[in-house]
Design a protein around this ligand. Structure first.
Ligand code: PHE
Length: 532
């Protein structure tokens, strides 16, 4: 605990927040909000009030019908929240299952990618991997539904220094698997050493007092675990070549790599992955698979979700919307007062619809990113048994980009590794391969980090999001110009049609983006209905 966190220093904010947690009291939260004591992200998660709590009768009387397109997290959220307020909702989903990209691959899951053959999962009965979202930052609204639906959650350990870095063609450390802790100790050690010396010799033109200089050097000494003379000579933070043990067994700290080798390795460039606002610990995931969230919604929505019902036409007039879809090979039509369309823009652009010209062009021009994942089932959890590696990931400059170790069921019998999670050009390259080629590629490259791959592998299942029917992309990608231009059009209702989804948020590629955008539309529609 740092000095600032000592109880005697407890600020008003900390006091109220402690009271709020203990009492679970919304009143305290709103009091804090009024006092301006909540940080913006905490405020966001708490400030959504579903419509209709106080005017249920009136909205019921209006009996408005809302047609929701897509049963991903945005569509499910919209239907659930509108349902609370008494609106009549129908959700049309093209796929045979709900959830969208929230998709846990289990025993028996089948998939046929666009232009590909059929894939059938032979995973063991209690095993799964999350092909889409797999982690939830602790401040995302996603967790509110875990709480509301009583879905148990457990830590997703996004950070584990027992994981490895492995790069090829980077000088002396090429083709060597190095623990993250070793790379971190050495990079931080050398960089701190250089900086501390430069500061000490006044080699840097810093606008600080001599006293502040001293403080800066002291910080760097701790940051790099430097000796008193400000040299980095290795640190136990990087691990041991002989582990310490009982009695006289002091252990032997590993020798640091030399400066040139560790700089050339490029490992330092990986550190910041863990710093991102949305990648910092704590992170969570639902026990049993991310699709527990989907099941939570489905249980509450019942027959309001129509599966296997791809939309073929979206029409609107001054007083209503009309959507055509197919179900059981029959053309069908449904009419409503408003439409919430969560269909990915990559798919929506292929469906005839009554959109304004500016909306049409925005839908047409939105660019989607590539991402792909493979789940590899092994008959033994060798990363835990042989290497004492529990969750987290390893990073590499090979095509596979990263391996994630399952953050659940430690010391279980079998396990599914995320054998690659690739984006951009790497994802396209892997995605262009057949399922069996992807598997071979993931095994060949992964075996360089874990030789056990060769003897322990059982089966795999892979996903290329660009090739998944009714998705055709991993997530939208807007540059600054697009955010300032066409994105604003996408955020506006087009007469009676409202777009929702993570693509209508600044939390792209997260379920929270889908949830928050759906809630924003729910609020808008409700206000419009109440005013009419
Ligand atoms: N949410 C996704 C993930 O955590 C994609 C993403 C990665 C989004 C990094 C933002 C930052 O893997």
């Amino acid at each position: 605990m740092s000095n600032a966190e000592q109880p005697q220093d407890m600020t008003r904010r900390q006091f109220l927040s402690t009271v709020g947690k203990v009492g679970g009291s919304l009143a305290v939260f709103s009091l804090m909000g009024n006092l301006g004591l909540l940080s913006p992200e905490t405020m966001k998660a708490q400030d959504y009030t579903p419509p209709g709590k106080n005017d249920l009768a009136l909205s019921n009387r209006n009996g408005k019908k809302i047609i929701i397109l897509g049963a991903g997290i945005a569509g499910l959220t919209a239907a659930y929240e509108l349902g609370k307020a008494g609106y009549q909702c129908t959700v049309l989903e093209a796929k045979p299952f709900a959830g969208g990209r929230n998709w846990s691959i289990r025993k028996g899951t089948t998939n046929q990618e666009i232009g590909g053959t059929r894939q059938y999962s032979q995973f063991g009965s209690d095993l799964y991997f999350n092909a889409g979202p797999m982690r939830i930052p602790q401040f995302h609204s996603t967790l509110e539904y875990c709480r509301e639906f009583n879905i148990p959650i457990e830590p997703f350990n996004n950070v584990n220094d027992s994981g490895y870095y492995y790069n090829e063609n980077v000088g002396a450390l090429s083709g060597q698997r190095i623990t993250k802790r070793a790379a971190k100790a050495d990079v931080r050690g050398y960089v701190s050493e250089m900086l501390a010396k430069a500061v000490n010799q006044s080699a840097l033109d810093l606008p600080i007092t001599p006293e502040e200089k001293e403080k800066l050097v002291e910080y760097l000494r701790r940051e790099g675990d430097l000796n008193a003379d400000l040299f980095y000579r290795g640190s136990s933070r990087g691990g041991y070549k002989e582990e310490p043990g009982s009695r006289l067994d002091a252990g032997v700290v590993r020798d640091p790599f030399d400066l040139t080798a560790i700089l050339q390795s490029g490992f330092g460039n990986y550190f910041s992955n863990e710093y991102g606002y949305d990648q910092q610990m704590m992170m969570f995931h639902p026990v049993g698979g991310m699709d527990m969230i989907v099941k939570g919604f489905e249980k509450r929505l019942g027959n309001r979700v129509k599966l296997n019902a791809p939309v073929t036409e979206i029409r609107q007039s001054g007083d209503g919307v009309r959507v055509r879809f197919t179900q059981n090979k029959k053309e069908q039509e449904i009419i409503g007062d408003y439409c919430i369309c969560t269909i990915p823009l990559s798919v929506l652009r292929t469906i005839p619809g009554d959109f304004s010209p500016s909306m049409k062009s925005a839908i047409q021009n939105a660019r989607y990113a590539s991402a792909g994942k493979i789940g590899l089932q092994f008959k033994r959890r060798f990363w835990e048994e042989d290497e004492l590696l529990f969750g987290g990931n390893s990073l590499t400059n090979m095509d596979i980009t990263q391996i994630y170790y399952p953050p659940t069921d430690y010391f279980g019998k079998k396990g599914i590794l995320l054998g690659y999670y690739a984006t951009g050009a790497n994802a396209d390259k892997l995605g262009s391969m057949s399922y069996i080629e992807r598997e071979r590629h993931a095994l060949n490259q992964g075996a360089k980090i874990h030789p056990q791959y060769k003897t322990e592998f059982e089966n795999s299942f892979s996903i290329d999001w660009k090739k998944i029917k009714y998705q055709e992309g991993a997530w939208v990608s807007y540059n600054a110009e697009e955010r300032a231009g066409m994105y604003k059009t996408l955020c506006q209702p087009d007469n009676r049609i409202y777009l929702a989804g993570d693509h209508i948020s600044h939390i792209v590629a997260w379920q929270a983006g889908a949830i928050d955008s759906a809630r924003a539309v729910v609020k808008d529609i409700h206000q419009r209905v109440m005013k009419a």
